[in-house]
Design a protein around this ligand. Structure first.
Ligand code: COA
Length: 227
């Protein structure tokens, strides 16, 4: 089967008409999975579109194909890429990966210092998050902003979360920490720099020794002539 072409773009007010359809699909998918979900209203999704904090995908035929949006917590210290949904017609074709990459890049551009986190029970999302550089963490690493945890109230597993005093639940927590990533990326470069410097220094010392060996007799003769 030919792979469909998708257009993944930052949503705007022009996409408000899709908000209801997206909400319905989110709810239907959660029911089908029998898992919990933080409920969203069409108004909330419209607000995200207006603020430029959402990504929407369409098929080459112009059909709505997927969606995801950004939420910020703890005064922008933590960012979550929430509400990922791919229309059932377009699943298992790599679209969630494209959407997550797009919303991740948007989050990094808007909030370069923020930690990006997610809570999920889905294997697909865990795989995608890992590819983006997220790592599994305990809930203690996530935001302690009450407004975030209040979003779990509409989840069927909320009682479990509360019984565990927000320390654990059925979702796996994953986090992308830009500071840790910066350290792990720059370290090898620094090491490479050191190595490069050492190699160059060794080459220079060898060339100098060879030149001295070659020209030493001449230098000695010139010296003998004048001194
Ligand atoms: C989860 C969801 C977004 C995946 O969308 P998708 O476009 O089918 O995902 P992709 O094709 O990009 O697949 C990404 C990876 O996950 C795997 N995957 C996809 N669906 C999967 C599933 N149901 N179970 C296990 N793995 C799955 C793919 O094989 C792929 O893995 P690979 O990199 O090893 O090839 C989609 O099924 C969906 O909208 N589900 C309902 C809403 C939902 O669960 N949202 C997530 C809330 S946290």
């Amino acid at each position: 089967m030919e792979q469909p072409f998708f257009k993944v773009i930052i949503a705007t007010e022009a996409h408000h008409d899709f908000a209801l359809l997206i909400c319905e699909e989110m709810e239907a998918s959660a029911k089908a999975r029998g898992t919990g979900i933080a409920k969203r209203s069409p108004e909330y999704l419209k607000q995200k579109m207006t603020e430029g904090k959402a990504v929407i995908a369409f098929s080459d035929q112009g059909e709505w194909a997927g969606f995801c949006y950004i939420e910020t917590w703890g005064h922008g210290q933590h960012v979550a890429n929430s509400g990922l949904i791919v229309s059932p017609h377009f699943r298992k074709g790599g679209l969630a990966k494209l959407i997550k990459r797009c919303i991740f890049d948007l989050s990094r551009a808007k909030y370069p210092d923020a930690k990006i986190f997610g809570l999920t029970t889905g294997l697909a999302v865990m795989k995608i998050n890992s590819e983006l550089g997220y790592e599994p963490v305990t809930y203690s690493e996530l935001t302690n902003d009450d407004a975030f945890w209040a979003g779990c109230q509409s989840c069927v597993n909320y009682d479990i979360l509360m019984a565990k005093e927000r320390k654990n639940c059925l979702c796996t927590a994953m986090l992308y920490d830009p500071v840790e990533k910066a350290v792990s990326v720059t370290q090898p470069i620094e090491k490479q720099g050191e190595r490069k410097h050492t190699v160059l220094n060794e080459k220079w010392q060898k060339a100098r020794a060879r030149a001295l060996r070659l020209f030493k007799p001449k230098i000695e003769r010139i010296r003998a002539l004048f001194f």
